[in-house]
Design a protein around this ligand. Structure first.
Ligand code: GLU
Length: 291
């Protein structure tokens, strides 16, 4: 069997909290159990929200927790060229299109769509799907707008993508944290509509960078929070279109706060640094992270 490769891929736009601790410790434990590797990736494509202080903080917290990883840290902000090359393939194959509507314009368009937009389809996060209007713009009109410097984002034409694939799309999900059994999940990227694949100023998005890096880093096992479960459909469609290998997935339960809510980026008292400063030991944090 190939070397099993796991990864921990935090976005350095906030502090690590108990949820991250659960994720990284689980990845480390599984890599060790299967004599595999765990790589570390900083998902820092958003160069305004991701700061050097957060990056340093992540490395410090991991060292304090006693979690090691194999190889060099991959920092996405150093690899925009990789993502741009892949984006150009999608552009050339007409699988993405420039979408010009701002958030306000999307809202207005939907509000005028009849019924005040109440029946407008929404993605699994509850966000209204992008209107189809920009898909019908002529090539000439697109060129004209881009030449005039109008803001836009590259969006996946999910209908064209699914037609291109022309086969059922699924992913392999493990049944439990011990990675004992697996089952196949139907991937429905249509539920997300035409997602953003890249922006005018940043030649990628979270989804594009993740699939490119999972392939480049030869990740065999993506183990991450269940908040990303349904987003896996978008990543599967991109992998298929780009001919990238398919990792197996496990979406672990989330550590919730006392009120049962997902932990947030402004970690407060569930932050690893705050716990450390309060004199909590790494062993206790491991216990609190339920691992
Ligand atoms: N960077 C993402 C986050 O911190 C995780 C991405 C992933 O594991 O695929 O939420």
């Amino acid at each position: 069997m190939n070397l099993l490769t796991f990864r921990f891929a935090p976005s350095p736009n906030g502090e690590l909290h108990l949820g991250h601790a659960h994720s990284v410790l689980l990845n480390r434990k599984l890599a060790d159990a299967f004599a595999g590797r765990m790589l570390l990736r900083m998902e820092d494509i958003d160069t305004t929200r991701c700061t050097p202080a957060f990056k340093t903080g992540i490395l410090r917290d991991l060292a304090w927790l006693g979690v090691a990883w194999e190889g060099k840290v991959r920092r996405q902000s150093e690899h925009f060229g990789n993502y741009e090359a892949v984006l150009h393939r999608l552009i050339d194959e007409e699988l993405v299109y420039p979408a010009f509507m701002s958030r306000g314009e999307i809202r207005a368009f939907i509000a005028e769509s009849g019924g005040g937009g109440r029946d407008w389809p929404r993605d699994p996060d509850g966000v209204p799907l992008y209107p189809r209007a920009d898909k019908t713009l002529s090539t000439q009109e697109r060129k004209r707008r881009i030449a005039h410097g109008l803001p836009f984002a590259w969006r996946l034409d999910v209908d064209a993508a699914m037609q291109r694939i022309a086969a059922p799309l699924t992913w392999l999900e493990y049944d439990d944290e011990a990675l004992s059994g697996t089952h196949r999940v139907e991937a429905r990227p249509q539920d997300w509509g035409d997602v953003i694949v890249a922006r005018r100023e940043i030649p990628t998005s979270y989804h594009l960078a993740v699939v490119v890096d999972d392939a480049l880093q030869q990740i065999t096992h993506v183990v991450r929070g269940s908040d990303l479960y349904s987003a896996t459909a978008v990543q599967r469609v991109l992998q298929k279109l780009l001919g990238l290998p398919e990792p197996a997935y496990f979406h672990h339960r989330l550590i919730l706060d006392a009120e049962g809510r997902k932990l947030s980026k402004s970690a407060g008292d569930t932050g690893i640094a705050a716990l450390r400063n309060a004199g909590v030991t790494p062993e206790t944090v491991r216990r609190m992270a339920k691992l």
